[in-house]
Structures are given as structure tokens and as C-alpha cells.
Design a protein around this ligand. Structure first.
Ligand code: G16
Length: 548
């Protein structure tokens, strides 16, 4: 391909997917996200961008996922996956934003040419892209526009149709590592399910899992994936899948799913009468990369086991296995959280191991976790995974156990590497991880919940005219703009026993988020709404207590 071929290719297709005027697109926390019907030009251009990214990386396969995850059904989105299955490199997020906002076809061709020069792309290289979508109604149209982007740039595409986000990340890593010493697995969904279920069965051999686990699939792409996984798991973990209506209009993420459960802190109505007291259940989100557990006690009281509780459970288990393997001097286990982490979880974890706080967004947590030999990262909303560094893997390989107990712990740790998705958090892989730890500890939800007691907390959304005026620092725990607002928040927080609150602009929805916690429930609620009121007074807006 020459630059002339590329321009001609773009010209042949771009006018079919014109950019809507008066909209500024932004590659945010999780790629581009807005109403699905507004995204055709963006996905077309992302097709071209993915081809260029692949050429830049010598023809390595780039992943593209069309999803808006936890957002309402009418939204959609698109994000790119780099060759090792990780999130797109930060510098290219900027290129993506610039490409998406070129007003005309001519302007788009010009920014493409600039990018090629700036990043020194050799157009003679091949371009390979693997892509998938979630179950949203706008998905098919967007895939067609995306395919035009691939055609315009002469890229080879592999259509994976409907897949979860973590499966797509896994596929990217497998395709690029095939035949190398770092081969990650068989590049198919079944290959992934086989890998997870195989590791799970080894980890729970001789242990008792706690009977039927209810899985709320958010009426999304997690439903077919969980169904397939259940077949591979067989009797090792019986699953009862609920909210599996992927073709019912308006059902996706509606009064169900991980975001609903975490934010509203209650049972999805569809589970009442289904979930029995003491039984465990979990919720996935719209692209199956978030996981929240919960249970009802004997008085039918709802108990949330969120990303922080998963982090505490899993980190403690891994620390224990590392010690049992005799590797505590070689392998340091650390935890990464965000400002949303419940204060009680941070206290619990920090008393036991190193803890880092970073801004919201999986990529920030992932990068910070890479600094530990084993890095456990979870957002409170249920995104997360555990990363084993090359040095930790080497230490496990080289270790010669001197007792049977050491051998067992070593085997467990090695199987955990296969059980846990190393590219990005996966609700289904995390679900198995939790079940492994519960089986090993003989814990029900009650004992797990008792690790620490959550501080009462509340999340509120405020709709404002322009959320870009909100700027934060200190891992989003403090505002630097609008000027003067943080001082007001500080004055307010001081009045509440154990109070903590922060304000940040969302990267996936057009809202500002407010989080507050306090020792007592009514105080946490009051603090959240008062801070939301301050935000409103400062900027003009409308506080709504909707799921975040
Ligand atoms: C995405 C990101 C997460 C983030 C969430 C909310 O999740 O991947 O890291 O926590 O959005 O972000 P924000 O508060 O900036 O809107 P998902 O599940 O929607 O892809």
C-alpha cells in the first residue's frame, strides 16, 4: 500500500460514514462511548486506525471491541487492544481522538497522513485486526462501518462476532504469541474455556465447592459465554444462569448486572424468589468484565461482596500460598485500588501488604499492578485481575520444593496463572477464582463478608453543563478545578464522623460522579447529596441518584 492507495481507499468509503457535526468525540476511560447511532464515523475511522497501529507494530494483530459495557442499551462504544492483549498505548488514544474529530473526509485523510509521518509508519507492512461486539442492537451496523474502515486500508480482519471483552483480549494475546515461548493458549473461545475450566478443576480437586452458584448475566454477552463455560465446568461448579435475554429490547443492564447491584446496593428484582438465604450469587456487566458477588442472610438482608471484597479475599489467599511455597522473600504481593475503594478495605489490606491508589480506569490499575511481582488489582465496581510478573513466574518454575506442602502450594500458584486472565479482568475467570478461594477456606458468603465491615457509602451522578471543567489530582481524590470547590468539600467532610468524599468527571458517561462514605449510613447518604449539591451550585446541574 502507498499513501495514495490509502487515501483513495478512504475516499471510496468515508463519505458513507460522515462525522455528525457539533459532536466532539473523546477516547476516554474505556475508548469512545456515546449513543450507538452517533458512532458510525468513529468505528469506520477506528478501522483505519487499527490497521495503521498493526502496520506500525510490524503486522501484529490488533484487537477492536465494539461495546458500551455497563452503559444503557442505546449507547455503544469502541476500544482498541494492543498486541499483548493490553489496553491501547496512551499516546495512541490521542491519535484516536484527533482522527475521530476530523470534520470532513479531506480533513480525515490529512490527519491520517500526518499520523503516518509522525509515527513513521511503513505502509508496506501487513495489517491484521481481530474484532468482536457485544449484544447491543446497534452492534451490527457499527461492525459493518468498521469493516469498511478495514477495507479502506487494505487490512485483514478476523470477525469474532459476539464475544465478551475479556475473550477478545485473550484472543489477541494468543494470536500474537502463537508458536513462541510465551504462547498464551489456543486462539478460540473454546480454547479459553478449556484453559479456565481445566485450571479450576485442578485447583478445587478434593475440595468442596458450595453448590449451585447463581449468575446474573445482565441480559448481555456474558450469557452465551457463561453457558459455554458451564458446559466445560460440568459438575465441578454447577451454575444457574439468570438474566440471559440477549434479544429482548431494553433488557441489557436494566435493573440487573454488576453496575446495578454495586450502585443501588440491592438485589436485582429478577432474583427475588430465586436466591435463597445463604446462597451465593454474582452479577456480570454488559461485556462481562466486571463481577460483583452478593448473598442474603437469614433475615433476607442483602450483603454486597464487591471488587474490594474480592481483592481482600484473593490477595490474602495468594499471600498465604506464596508463604506456604516458601517464596515470601522472593515474591512480593501488592494491591492496587482507586479512590472508590471502601476505606475499610484499604485499611484491611494496608495492614497486610503494600497498597497503591491510582485514578479510575483499568489501564491505570493494570500498569501499577505490573510493578509488583504479583499484583492484585480490583476496582470497587468489580473490574480486576491478578498479574504474575515474569520474575514471579520464573521463581515458581525454579523453586524446588522441600516438602509436600510446598509442592502443593507451588502447584496451586501455577494453576492460578492459567485460571486468571493476564490480559484484562474477566468476570467469568474472576468468578472461578473466588470459588477456588471459598472452597479452599471453606467460606460461605458470610465468612468472606466478615473479613472487614464496609463503611456505609453512596455514589451519586450529577448532570452538569460541561464536565470538562472538573480537574482532579492525587489519584482523583481532590479537585483542582473549578477553583474553590475542593475547599467547600473539605469543610463539609469535616462535619461527618469518618467522612470522606470526592468528585470526578466520568470518562464513560456525560456526568460528574460523587462518592461519599461515613461511619453511619444516613450520614454517608447526606454527605453524598450535599457534595452533589455543591457541585450543582458551582456549575449548574442536576443531581440524580442513579446507578453510576
Ligand atoms: C469503564 C472502565 C472502568 C471504569 C468504568 C467507570 O468500565 O473500564 O475502569 O471504572 O468505566 O468509569 P467512569 O467512572 O470514568 O465512567 P466499563 O465496565 O463501563 O467498561
Amino acid at each position: 500500500t502507498t499513501i495514495e492507495d490509502l487515501s483513495e481507499g478512504i475516499r471510496a468509503y468515508a463519505d458513507l460514514h460522515p462525522k455528525p457535526s457539533n459532536i466532539q468525540f473523546q477516547y476516554g476511560t474505556a475508548g469512545f462511548r456515546t449513543l450507538g447511532v452517533l458512532l458510525e464515523s468513529v468505528v469506520f475511522r477506528v478501522g483505519v486506525l487499527a490497521a495503521l497501529r498493526s502496520k506500525k507494530l510490524d503486522g501484529k494483530t490488533i484487537g477492536v471491541m465494539i461495546t458500551a459495557s455497563h452503559n444503557p442499551e442505546q449507547d455503544n462504544g469502541v476500544k482498541l487492544v494492543d498486541p499483548r492483549g493490553e489496553m491501547l498505548e496512551a499516546a495512541w488514544e490521542n491519535h484516536a481522538t484527533i482522527l475521530a474529530n476530523a470534520p470532513t473526509t479531506d480533513a480525515f485523510i490529512e490527519v491520517v497522513e500526518n499520523l503516518i509521518k509522525l509515527t513513521k509508519i511503513d505502509l508496506a507492512k501487513p495489517a491484521n485486526v481481530v474484532y468482536a461486539r457485544d449484544t447491543r442492537p446497534t452492534g451490527l451496523t457499527l461492525v459493518a462501518a468498521f469493516q469498511d474502515g478495514l477495507k479502506a486500508s487494505g487490512a485483514t480482519g478476523r470477525n469474532e462476532d459476539i464475544k465478551t471483552t475479556p475473550v477478545l483480549h485473550y484472543l489477541v494475546r494468543c494470536i500474537n504469541s502463537k508458536g513462541t515461548a510465551e504462547a498464551y493458549g489456543e486462539d478460540s473461545e473454546d480454547g479459553y474455556m478449556r484453559k479456565l475450566s481445566g485450571a479450576f478443576k485442578k485447583l478445587v480437586a478434593g475440595k468442596k465447592t458450595h453448590g449451585l452458584l447463581i449468575v446474573d448475566c445482565a441480559n448481555g454477552v456474558g450469557a452465551p459465554a457463561a453457558k459455554r463455560l458451564a458446559q466445560f465446568l460440568g459438575d465441578s461448579l454447577p451454575l444457574q444462569l439468570v438474566n440471559t435475554s440477549i434479544n429482548t429490547e431494553g433488557a441489557l443492564n436494566n435493573a440487573c448486572g454488576a453496575d446495578f447491584v454495586k450502585t443501588s446496593q440491592r438485589l436485582p428484582p429478577s432474583l427475588s424468589g430465586v436466591l435463597r438465604a445463604g446462597q451465593r450469587a454474582c452479577s456480570l456487566d454488559g461485556d462481562a468484565d466486571r463481577l460483583i458477588f452478593f448473598y442474603l442472610d437469614e433475615r433476607n438482608q442483602f450483603h454486597l461482596l464487591d471488587g474490594d471484597k474480592i481483592s481482600a479475599l484473593v490477595a490474602a489467599f495468594i499471600v498465604e500460598q506464596v508463604r506456604l511455597a516458601g517464596l515470601e522473600d522472593t515474591i512480593e504481593v501488592g494491591v492496587v485500588q482507586t479512590a472508590y475503594a471502601n476505606g475499610a478495605s484499604t485499611k484491611y489490606l494496608a495492614e497486610r501488604l503494600p497498597v497503591t491508589c491510582v485514578p479510575t480506569g483499568v489501564k491505570h490499575l493494570h500498569h501499577a499492578a505490573e510493578h509488583y511481582s504479583i499484583g492484585v488489582y480490583f476496582e470497587a465496581n468489580g473490574h480486576g485481575t491478578v498479574l504474575f510478573s515474569p520474575s514471579a513466574v520464573a521463581a515458581l518454575e525454579q523453586r524446588r520444593p522441600s516438602t509436600p506442602a510446598q509442592q502443593t502450594a507451588l502447584n496451586h500458584l501455577k494453576n492460578l496463572i492459567d485460571l486468571i486472565n493476564q490480559t484484562v479482568g474477566d468476570a467469568l475467570s474472576d468468578m472461578l477464582l473466588v470459588e477456588v478461594v471459598l472452597a479452599h477456606k471453606s467460606f460461605s458468603g458470610i465468612e468472606w463478608d466478615a473479613l472487614y465491615t464496609d463503611l456505609p457509602n453512596r455514589l451519586v451522578k450529577v448532570v452538569v453543563k460541561d464536565r470538562s471543567v472538573f480537574k482532579t489530582e492525587d489519584a482523583e481524590r481532590r479537585l483542582v478545578a473549578p477553583a474553590g470547590l475542593q475547599k467547600k468539600i473539605d469543610e463539609l467532610v469535616r462535619k461527618y464522623d469518618g467522612g470522606r468524599a470526592f468528585v470526578r468527571p466520568s470518562g464513560t458517561e456525560d456526568v460528574v460522579r460523587v462518592y461519599a462514605e461515613a461511619i453511619l449510613r444516613p450520614q454517608a447518604d447526606e454527605l453524598a447529596f450535599k457534595v452533589a449539591g455543591l457541585v450543582y451550585d458551582f456549575t449548574g446541574g442536576d443531581p440524580v441518584a442513579r446507578p453510576r
